[in-house]
Structure formats: structure tokens, C-alpha cells
Design a protein around this ligand. Sequence first.
Ligand SMILES: Cc1cc2nc3c(=O)[nH]c(=O)nc-3n(C[C@H](O)[C@H](O)[C@H](O)COP(=O)(O)OP(=O)(O)OC[C@H]3O[C@@H](n4cnc5c(N)ncnc54)[C@H](O)[C@@H]3O)c2cc1C
Length: 374
Amino acid sequence: MYSTVVVGAGPAGSTAARFLSENGHDVILIDRKEVVGLPKQCAEGIFSACFPEFSTAIGDFITGSARYLQVVFPNLTSYRVRGDLYMLDRPSFDQHLLRVAERSGAEVVLGQKVESIDPESGEVRLKGGETIKAETVIGADGPASRVARSMGMRNRLVPAAQVEMTWPEDDAIYAYLDHDLRPFNSYSSWIFPKNDRGTANVGCFGTVPTLESFISKYKIEGEVLEKNGGAIPLGIAPRLQQGRAVLIGDAGGLTNPFTGGGLYPAARSARIAAEAIDRFLRGETNKIEYESRMRKDFVASDLHLKARDVLAGLSNDELCRLGTAMNGLIFPGLKFTASPWLIWRGIRHPGIMKPKYAPLLKLLFRYCLAGKVW
Ligand SMILES: Cc1cc2nc3c(=O)[nH]c(=O)nc-3n(C[C@H](O)[C@H](O)[C@H](O)COP(=O)(O)OP(=O)(O)OC[C@H]3O[C@@H](n4cnc5c(N)ncnc54)[C@H](O)[C@@H]3O)c2cc1C
């Protein structure tokens, strides 16, 4: 009998397995893939301020950095936010996190699919019929989580399509806001250059035809080297734990619905879950105190979804007006103290100060207080 079975060795699962193993628990980490991280399903961007949550040093898996996030409106107006960004090599990053978990003592089983779990008994059923028993189960098996299904839930998912194409040296990553590209999220599409590789991940929320429309409408040019994509949860799961089982990362729908970024929430929820399970296994609590803590964390706040709804509801006319109001602004940092006059110039503009934008402004204010966005 194991202390914990972790289902899924993505960033969330490997991080949780590592933290629990470091605390002396008997952990088994199972993934259906023979090689984790492949195929790539990520634009590979992460703000440096989010990185420490993984408690690992910056390594060979960085493929470039950018100094700005540039937000582009349909009339090609834009503003920039200064924020040190890393571009990952996601497959290497996932494999690195798995190695760290293994070195910490977790038993790793690859190429084994989990069919279902029993949250009350802690029994995990593998494809082929074998069962494993554990005192606790962590569901870290991504957006279409089997563990979540065993708990009676399915995540609401949005599709994302992406290509990696050749791209010149660049100092920014780009987020495009365009309602006509059917935004499922707060922004519709992105370009994330990877300077060390001379490529960029160019993608959108939506399917391949939407991506083709984006590329042709904005005249994005480059040689396509790889096509990929995936699904992104839109909104946190109604429950994050039941009996002996908890959901972390995409399995719990914890991706930021405003940005689509899920790496930071994966690490954050892994840490909170590992701490709660550690205390439970040591007998310090009589139930796993994960959900109550997680829901209080800003990562799980419904403000992200509310702000996403505001932006997704704006027509292209409104977006163009907003773009014109903000065109050319450069916010030197995410901290409010960075440049009060720039913020003042932005918020006093009549195009921006509208009651319906309140959740959006509130969210941006919270990001500034936290000093990071993800
Ligand atoms: C196109 C795209 C672009 C993105 N870009 C970014 C970005 O730039 N920055 C960012 O922060 N986030 C981004 N994300 C989101 C980010 O990739 C996810 O939030 C992140 O991967 C979540 O990590 P996870 O460990 O929870 O899940 P995953 O990374 O999905 O890992 C789940 C693991 O579980 C395994 N698994 C699944 N089912 C089973 C099963 N039944 N049995 C055993 N194993 C199983 C899988 O093989 C996988 O290894 C993007 C997502 C997409 C789709």
C-alpha cells in the first residue's frame, strides 16, 4: 500500500510527487505516456516571477526570454507591459521535473494508463485490470482527467491550435485581442518567440481554421516546422477533492481562464495539495485540508473568469477604441509603483473607465499587487 498514487506526470503531478517524496512518503507516479512532455501541447511561456513555485533552478530547458508582453488590438494599436518572460522547451521541462521527482524517491511507472479510481477506498485501476491501493490519490492527469471523471465531473474545455514557425529575434511575446476570431478566451491568439531556436509558437483559442484566419488576417509569415494543439480547461472544477482523492493542475480546471496559462497554477496547486496530504498522512489532520485552502488562493479566484468574460464580450469596435486609448503605452513593470503616471494616463481615459470593465480593472490591479501574471 502506497501513501500516495499520483496519476499523471505533467508539471503538476511530478511537482506534487517530488514534494511528498522529499517529506518521506511512499509515492508512485504513473503516466500513460512512455515519454512525458511529448507531443508538445503548450506555447511554452512563463513569467519569471512564477518560476520559483516549481522550486527548481533554471536549467537547459529555457529556450529564450522576452522583456515585454505586447497586447495587440484589431486595428494594430498596442501597448506593452514589461515583465521578464522565459520560453521553455516544454518536453525537456516536463522530463526534468519527472527526473527530480524520481531522484527524490518517487517510484515512476510510465506507459500505464489509469482507467478509474475509487476516491473513497483509494483504489486505482489500471488499463489491463491491475489495481493499486493507496492512502491518498492525486489526480494530475490533465484536462480530460479520468480521476475527475471518477469523481463525477468533466472539465469544460476549449480547443487550442498552434504551429511552431521560423521567427526572427524579438524582444516581446504577443497577445492578440480580436473578437472576429471567435475568442474562447480573453485574447484570441498569440505569438511566443523562442529566440534561442529562431522560432515562435503561433497559436489561437479555437481550431485549425481559426488559426489559419489569424495567420492570414495579420499576415504572419514564417516556415511552419511543427503543428500541435490541445485543450485548455475553462473554469475550476466544482469540487477539488472527494474522500481520499484531490485534483490539481488542469485536472482540477485550475488553468487561468483569463490567460490560458496553467504552469503556475499546476505548481501552486501541487504544493498546496502536497502540504495538505503530508499533514493528513502524519495524522495532524483527520481529513485532507486541500480544497478549503486552494479555493482561498488567488489562483482559484473567479475574478479571472469574470475578467475573461468582459474581454471576450467586447466587439471589435470596442476593442479598437480601447486600443487607441492605450496605444504606445509601455508599463515598465507589473508593480503599481513602477509608473503611477502611466497607469493614471490609462485609467482616466473615457474609453477605459466604464463600469462594465470593473472586473477587468480589478484583476489587473490584483496582478499588479501580486507582481505577476500567469
Ligand atoms: C496550445 C496550448 C498552449 C499553452 N500555452 C501555455 C503557456 O504558454 N504557458 C502556460 O503556463 N500554460 C500554457 N498552457 C497550459 C499548460 O500547458 C497546462 O496548464 C499544463 O500542462 C498543466 O499541467 P498538468 O500537469 O496539470 O497537466 P498535463 O501537462 O496535461 O499533464 C497531464 C499528464 O497526465 C497524463 N495522463 C493523462 N491521462 C492519464 C491517464 N488516464 N493515466 C495516466 N496518465 C495520464 C498525461 O500523459 C500527461 O503527462 C497551454 C496549453 C495548450 C493546450
